[in-house]
Structures are given as C-alpha cells and as structure tokens.
Design a protein around this ligand. Structure first.
Ligand code: ASP
Length: 325
C-alpha cells in the first residue's frame, strides 16, 4: 500500500523526534486524522471585523479556508475608508498607491504580488499567480500586465482623502519616509481554519504610508508577512515590515509551534527576537497565530495592536498583549 503524506510525516517525526522535534508534538492533534472542527477566523485591526464576517460566511457554508481568506481581505481592499489597504490606501512619498499581497493554502501553495499599482484587489491577483502560473511572486509592471491579462480592471486608487493626507505630510515631513511612526501601518493579515481542519492565510496592504517609491515590505513575502503549514499552524504580521523581514517572523512562529510552543508563546518569542535586535522605539509590530487545534495567539511590540476574532458564533475586537511596558 502506498504511504500517504500524513503517514510519511508521522513516521518521519517518530524517527527523528529526538533530533529536531519536541516529542510533545506527537501528542498534539496536528498528526491525527481530520475531523470536522469549529471554524475560526482571526485578523489584524478593526477592519478585521467586516473581513471576518465575509470569511466566516464561506466557512459556515462548508467552504474552504483559501476561499474564505480571499473573500475576507477583499472587504478592506475595496473600502476607501481603510487607508492602509487597497483602494484608498495612502500613497508613497511621490503620490503613487503601490500594493503588496500574498496568499497561501493548505497544500503550501502560495502566490504573491509586490509593488503592484492600479488594481483594487491585489489579493485576487496573488491568488491568480498561485492558481494560474508556475511562479510564486510577480512584481511591478509584470504583475500589472498579468492582472490585466487576467481581466482585472485598471483603476485610479488614490482617493481625494488620501491625496489630501499626502499633501499635508509633504509639508510636514520634508520628503523623509516615516518608518518609525507607530500609527503608520494597518495591513490586514487574516488566518482561517475551516471545518475540514484546513488552514489558509492572506495578507494585503498599501504598505507604510509615504514610503520611498519601490519600497516593498513584509506583507507579500512568504514567511515574513504570512506563513501557513497545514500540519502545524499559520501566522501573519502587521507593523514595520523591515523588522518582520529581518527576522522572517511568520515562518519563525510556525516553526516555534512545530517545536511545541502554543500560538501565544510563539508570537511572544518572535516579538522578543525583534526587540533583541536593538532600537525599536516608536515602532510597532503585531503578530497573530493559530494552530491546527484552533488555539490562537496575538502579541505586539507596543500597546494598541487590535485584532478581530470570529469563533464560536462571536466576532469581536480585542487588544493584544505587548512587550514594551
Ligand atoms: N507591514 C506593512 C509593511 O511594512 C505595514 C502595515 O502593517 O501596514 O508594508
């Protein structure tokens, strides 16, 4: 009889438990057979509430986590009031709205776009990269050309509101990018566990407001802004992308969960790694994680990181615990 992937992994884990993996993991239900579970959606910031609604609707209809995460983050992407995601996002310092997004499914397939302009739903372009190309990531002009070939509409994404804010910033900031500002972020990262106990994630952003033209953050980088391993768990990030990229935060969190940490402990350890690197004054990073058993965690560098959790019939906003007291 051929060995299934799950049997192979279980056998490999038993064979190597003493080498690289805590034996604790063998007791977790990451390796047991699939059973119907309570669906869960968790996402960053208050725009996570309507995003979770859209995602949970799909999960409650027995839909797949990958479809739920895409539908969820499309809500803030289309909302002109959400000034850090998609349409209405704050521009770079030259007035261009440039978008980053990635998506990852339960098979470990992923798609990503970086430095994409003029397309309202970068997450759906990322999904097309995953589903329709042999690649993982497309950027800039090439990503735009691919999106247009796929039937996406070219639009002006700079709203009057965002333009006015940028013009006010220009007077104040003397053309220096504001990487340190603790209010200069609000990516949506959204993770979902479906009733088949499969995990997926999506992450989409207009990036740091008033960044240098061409700057790409953590959000489209698989392993930095998002990572999913369906045997273990998933994680996503928001905040100063440079700090997340230097520590490959989402991949780190999933690997820490693999070694037996709870999602909460893993988020805390990933934040501690950032803090150990040096000066983090006025900088924010927030992490969310969920494991295969439906346990979740949230942790940030500073106060103020909110996340939306939809679980057991309730969709509520919480403030995450944080490192800097
Ligand atoms: N992580 C995003 C970036 O660095 C910023 C954010 O969370 O809004 O591009």
């Amino acid at each position: 009889m051929p060995t299934t992937r799950r049997q192979f992994i279980t056998q490999s884990l038993i064979g190597t438990a003493g080498l690289s993996l805590s034996p604790k993991i063998l007791g977790q239900n990451t390796l047991t057979e699939k059973k119907a579970v309570e669906p869960l959606v968790i996402s960053t910031w208050s725009h996570g509430i309507p995003a979770n609604e859209a995602a949970m609707k799909i999960l409650q209809d027995k839909g797949k986590a990958i479809d739920a995460v895409e539908a969820g983050v499309r809500v803030p992407e289309a909302d002109p009031e959400a000034t850090s995601v998609g349409y209405g996002g704050l521009p770079d310092r030259d007035g261009n709205v440039t978008l980053d997004a990635c998506i990852m499914n339960e098979k470990g397939d992923c798609g990503s776009v970086a430095f994409l302009q003029h397309i309202k739903h970068p997450i759906s372009v990322a999904r097309k990269v995953m589903d329709e190309t042999p690649h993982v990531m497309l950027s800039g002009e090439g990503a735009l050309r691919f999106a247009l070939e796929q039937g996406f509409k070219k639009e002006d994404l700079l709203t009057e509101n965002a333009k006015q804010k940028w013009e006010a910033w220009k007077k104040e900031a003397d053309y220096h990018p504001w990487i340190y500002d603790e209010h200069n972020h609000d990516t949506i990262g959204l993770l979902a566990l479906d009733i088949q106990q499969d995990l997926s994630g999506a992450c989409t952003t207009s990036g740091l407001a008033y960044k240098m033209h061409g700057r790409v953050g953590d959000s489209p980088i698989i392993g930095a802004g998002l990572f999913v391993d369906n045997e273990i768990g998933a994680a996503t990030a928001t905040g100063v992308g440079e700090l997340v990229m230097k520590t490959l935060g989402s991949f780190l969190i999933v690997e820490l969960m693999r070694q037996g940490m709870t999602p909460q402990k893993a988020c805390q350890e990933a934040i501690a790694r950032i803090a150990q690197r040096g000066d983090i004054k006025r900088m924010q990073v927030g992490y969310l994680a969920v494991n295969k058993a439906g346990e979740y965690g949230a942790y940030a560098l500073r106060p103020g990181f909110e996340y939306a959790l939809y679980h057991k019939g309730e969709n509520k906003l919480y403030e995450a615990d944080y490192l800097q007291r």
